[in-house]
Design a protein around this ligand. Structure first.
Ligand code: NDP
Length: 449
């Protein structure tokens, strides 16, 4: 591998030894782009890679809120404005108990290249809090969001940094966050956040976009392998926003999701999670935050397996992990290979450990990276920004069509980039290279800082 790339990876491993998610993602991205550095010695002269691993700005703030009993609670909030070379910082906010600096940083780093891959002018960012929304009342969520935004509003804006949702941050939270921003700023700058409700500038199809985009990407993978979606069965982890979008679009295009999971166990529904009734049930279940996935099995009369994961089931064609990070380890990967699965598309951010990815690939499974597969979400967020700045609303069909074209373009760019560097059909390296090239060029053209 390129000596400069090796040096920077070693530097990151040493300097950020305690940030394992961040180290893993830097190693994955930079290993992929080593052939680009070979061809561009000027990048080493500009010390481009070391500059890329440092966020342009990363701040931490106190978030204080009172619960329904009047007790005062203190959480930590973060915003990492990782790279703004190609557009305003853009990336989600995650509210989850286990959130820490390493997770925010790895997500912000990934986001930089993912956003670049969409072809739209958006830089990379991520933020969040160690606040746990589970079991909180609506009033508690509102007070938390208001306090969070009171600390953040000075540092964001439609041309500065545009946060969005992520785990634990959906339409309701975005509404409270935007309400507080508007209250504090006194202007209707709705382009400051995406994932908004339709009544105040949200985009049609945004809630479905990540899942829909993943299915459009899957269609391209299948096409390249002389295959189609028709009749395919899919196992999806999670039953959150993203998984729901996957289920919906798969059903529209003649495939079906037959497995889904939550942190309490998994569901096997051989008929497929396809009807509006089932899809609406999942939506309501997710919104209730109850984690009671078992209630789906009770309502629709299918199998629920408690405290278990479905990795290794062999009665599906495609696996799409779409819940959280590091949900598939080496042992799971062995089971997936043994089950004879041909397609494995990552949808959640970094769902697979590095050893598990290697094992899957070395054993003939076609692996597509989350950076590309889930990019439709942020892509439609950028379309939301475009609609807000023009003060207009596109129809659902228009947004869906743009999303489809965007996903086809992401797939094509990834395949082409890997081919240009002699790497064959490598969707992971291709996505990393295609995302990296644009950011690198913009940084070079903007001078050293
Ligand atoms: P949600 O919070 O809506 O859903 C997360 C789901 O994952 C829940 O169903 C949860 O179930 C489940 N889950 C959590 N931990 C586990 C576990 N250990 N095993 C099985 N299931 C688990 O999140 P989203 O659907 O919005 O996001 C999912 C992933 O996709 C995240 O990695 C996110 O970063 C990524 N992503 C999301 C985008 C978006 O547009 N929303 C865009 C790009 C990426 P339970 O409630 O039972 O814990």
């Amino acid at each position: 591998m390129n000596r400069y790339v090796e040096e920077v990876i070693a530097y990151v491993k040493d300097k950020y030894a305690d940030q394992k998610e961040f180290v893993q993602t830097v190693e994955e991205v930079f290993t992929s782009i080593a052939p680009v550095i070979d061809r561009h010695p000027e990048y080493e002269k500009a010390d481009l890679l070391k500059r890329m691993v440092e966020p342009e700005r990363f701040f931490r703030f106190r978030v204080v809120w009172s619960d329904d009993e009047g007790k005062i609670n203190t959480n930590v909030g973060w915003r990492c404005q990782f790279n703004g070379a190609i557009g305003p910082y853009k990336g989600g906010l995650r509210f989850k108990k286990n959130v820490n600096e390493s997770i925010i940083k790895f997500l912000g780093f990934e986001q930089t290249f993912k956003n670049s891959l969409t072809g739209l002018p958006i830089g990379g960012a991520k933020g969040g809090s160690d606040f746990d929304p589970a079991g909180k009342s609506d009033g508690e969520i509102m007070r938390f969001c208001q306090s969070f935004m009171s600390a953040l509003y000075r540092y964001i804006g439609p041309d500065i940094d545009v946060p969005a949702g992520d785990i634990g941050v959906g339409g309701r939270e975005i509404g409270y966050l935007y309400g507080q921003y508007r209250h504090l700023k006194g202007t209707f700058e709705n382009g400051v956040l995406t994932g908004k409700g339709l009544s105040y500038g949200g985009s049609l199809i945004r809630p479905e976009a990540t899942g829909y985009g993943a299915i459009y990407y899957l269609e391209e993978v299948l096409k390249a392998n002389n295959d189609t979606l028709e009749g395919k069965k899919i196992a999806v982890s999670g039953y959150g926003n993203v998984s729901w979008g996957i289920m919906k679009k798969a059903a529209q295009l003649g495939a079906k999701v037959t497995y889904m999971s939550g942190s309490q166990g998994y569901i096997h529904d051989e008929e497929g999670i396809c009807s509006d009734e089932k899809l609406n049930f999942i939506l309501a279940l997710r919104e209730s935050n109850s984690k009671n996935i078992k209630s789906y099995a009770e309502k629709f009369g299918c199998e629920f397996v408690e405290n278990a994961k479905f990795w290794g089931v062999d009665d599906v064609d495609i696996y799409m992990p779409a819940a959280t990070q590091n949900e598939v380890d080496l042992e799971d990967a062995r089971k997936i290979v043994k089950a004879g699965i041909k397609y494995y598309l990552e949808v959640s951010n970094m769902p697979t450990t590095a050893e598990a990815i290697d094992y899957l690939r070395n054993n003939g499974v076609i692996v597509a990276p989350s950076k590309a597969v889930n990019a439709g979400g942020v892509g439609v967020s950028a379309l939301e920004m475009a609609q807000n700045s023009q003060r207009l609303i596109w129809t659902a069909a228009e947004v869906d069509e743009r999303l489809k074209v965007m996903m086809q373009d992401i797939y094509r760019k990834s395949v082409d980039a890997a081919a240009r560097y002699g790497l064959g059909y490598d969707l992971i390296a291709g996505a990393n290279i295609a995302g990296f090239e644009k950011v690198a060029q913009a940084m070079m053209e903007q001078g050293i800082f």
